[in-house]
Design a protein around this ligand. Structure first.
Ligand SMILES: [Zn+2]
Length: 300
């Protein structure tokens, strides 16, 4: 199953990232003007199309494609999907637009972070013609029809080019990576603090801003819906601060990334009450540790 209905008009699409379920999600909002929020990796685009088919929406029905930010697990498949969606227009934060039009620099920086082998598995994003993209600044709203409006809000911190999307009326919030990673099988939250542009105080400010919109449900890309809204927000903010503190100590002691990541893995395992972590969770921990170290080096 690729699509799960999470509310009257919203479906969670499992993109089966690298073949693994329950790690990278996208959301489809049905209605007169269907919107796809997030797209998964370029290599997952067929899973997205299968999920879409399960919801009964044709690719040619999709009117809006909204990659919440340019990271490969969110926008990677956007270009390929648009090839199948002739009536869709892309909405993205204005800082994201140049990377969607020309992903060269994004691919270079992602290759530095994840390595060549992983990049091949993730797939290379296809450029999107500028004429199909509408830039979003601080805030913009979109009429999805039948009384549902989506408000796109700039949500920096995880990345400067990120937006979160509120579905007004239902008070569901598509968080993007403004909240931590909550894998269904792991009872711990992992902060989302990747390189190259994680910024701790901006992320904490974004969490406070989103919390003020009082959503009743969070639609989280990694992974699924959460109704313990305050806990997810508060725990994310708390862990961003404590991870930055801990990694800073290790960084000052000149520990390597591998050593620091192992230490943070132990924290997550203790938190979750487990003896080992699945590989996708280990990659998340390592990427977040790397992002904090990168931030510390940039600001040293
Ligand atoms: Zn992500």
């Amino acid at each position: 199953m690729f699509a799960t209905r999470v509310s009257e008009r919203v479906y969670l699409l499992d993109t089966y990232a690298l073949g693994v379920p329950g790690t990278v999600g996208a959301y489809l909002v049905k209605g007169p003007r269907p919107a796809l929020v997030d797209c998964g990796y370029a290599s997952s685009y067929e899973s997205v199309l299968r999920g879409l088919a399960e919801t009964g929406v044709m690719p040619s029905d999709v009117r809006y494609v909204i990659p919440t930010h340019v990271h490969l697990d969110h926008a990677g498949a956007a270009g390929k999907l648009l090839g199948e969606m002739p009536n869709a227009e892309v909405l993205a934060q204005e800082k994201a637009v140049p990377h969607l039009v020309d992903p060269t620099r994004l691919v270079e920086s992602s290759t530095r972070v994840f390595g060549k082998e992983m990049m091949e598995l993730y797939g290379v994003p296809k450029p999107i013609p500028a004429s199909r993209i509408m830039a979003v600044g601080e805030e913009a709203s979109l009429d999805l029809g039948d009384g549902l409006t989506a408000t796109m809000m700039h949500a920096p911190g995880h990345a400067p080019h990120q937006i979160s999307v509120s579905l007004d009326g239902t008070r569901a919030l598509l968080t993007a990576d403004s909240v931590g990673i909550v894998y269904p099988g792991l009872k711990a939250l992992i902060p989302t603090t990747p390189p190259p542009s994680f910024h701790p105080s901006e992320l904490v400010a974004t969490i406070a801003k989103l919390k003020q919109t009082s959503p009743v449900e969070l639609l989280v890309p990694h992974f699924g819906t959460r109704r313990d809204v305050d806990w997810v927000f508060d725990r994310t903010a708390e862990l961003v601060e404590s991870w930055v503190g801990r990694v800073k100590e290790m960084w000052k002691q000149k520990m390597t990334l591998d050593e620091a990541a192992e230490e943070m893995e132990r924290t997550v395992m203790a938190d979750a009450g487990v003896e080992g972590l699945p590989i996708y969770a280990r990659i998340s921990v390592r990427t977040s540790t790397m992002g904090i170290m990168h931030y510390l080096e940039k600001n040293a």
